[in-house]
Design a binder for this molecule. Sequence first.
Ligand code: SAM
Length: 329
Amino acid sequence: MLIDNHGRPINYLRLAVTDRCNLRCFYCMPEEGIQYLPKPHLLSYEEMIRLVSILAEMGISKVRITGGEPFLRRDIMPFLWKLSEIEGINKINITTNGVLTAPLVPELKKLGVSSVNLSLDSLDRQRFFEITRRDEFHKVWETLETLLAHDIPVKINTVVMSGKNDEDILSMVELAREQNVSVRFIEEMPFNGAGLRPDQIQDFWSYGRIMDLIRSVYPEIYRLQDEPNSTSYNYQIPNFKGSIGVIAAFSRTFCGTCNRIRVTPTGVFKTCLYDDGVFNIRDMMRQKLSDEQIKLLISEALQSRALDGFEAERNRKNLVSESMTTIGG
Ligand code: SAM
């Protein structure tokens, strides 16, 4: 088992398979998009399978596939099948914006995907358009309905932003009344491609503020026992089929139990979302390092892991400003 220098077991990889996205969420990317990298700069599927196999031998048992929008990468489904065959990997989760996902849901079910995180910031078509700069709400909704129809556990991720979708908070909560979904509100983070920091945003929606609003309408809401390594604080409203969660992604109150490592589409190995990368796995593979050499470097990297996202951010060479699509959320 992999254990970091602070005694935290590491068993979860977040692997971003592309930097491309078909939405332009204003809090993630500038309107004109970002400079996408030419394909040879990205990890190939063969390199990703090798990487996950190496990590599985080291004790990684869960993989989250993210991006960019993972379903934009050509031939993603054969890759997911291969991933599901790697010994030691017993959970594959996917984070998607749901635009292209609905037709693929039956196959995701067949290959045993454990859960899907669906990003959805508004239930109002016009506000969805204003936030994502694309008129695709109907496709995301179809994905939600298809996932539920196939009994794939769904978590809806909603970034809360003042003046943009604060009026959606309560209607998102209501989604959990009849649907068995976990609706999770996320604090906005500075990974927006522009360098704007949430603490400079007037009226920032912190974890506490989101919960105060929800509690004022549902005073009977109560705290659930969170799963170990949960990034969200989870709550239940009596008689609701689903649950409510809040992710203090900017306040970073969950780092103490962090069990995750990340690899970006270009192969940058990160031990914290807020760090600027430890080394590049793609380059190591292309320089023909052996599996054993790569394992050693990964183990070493975990022995100088930052205690939390604040320390990781302080240790960076540049301020956080990169778009989340280049890292993988
Ligand atoms: N395309 C997929 C999707 O939309 O779910 C996966 C990649 S996306 C970058 C992953 C998650 O990061 C989404 O839930 C998105 O809302 C979140 N995200 C992006 N930029 C963010 C920011 N600045 N603050 C908080 N969350 C952000």
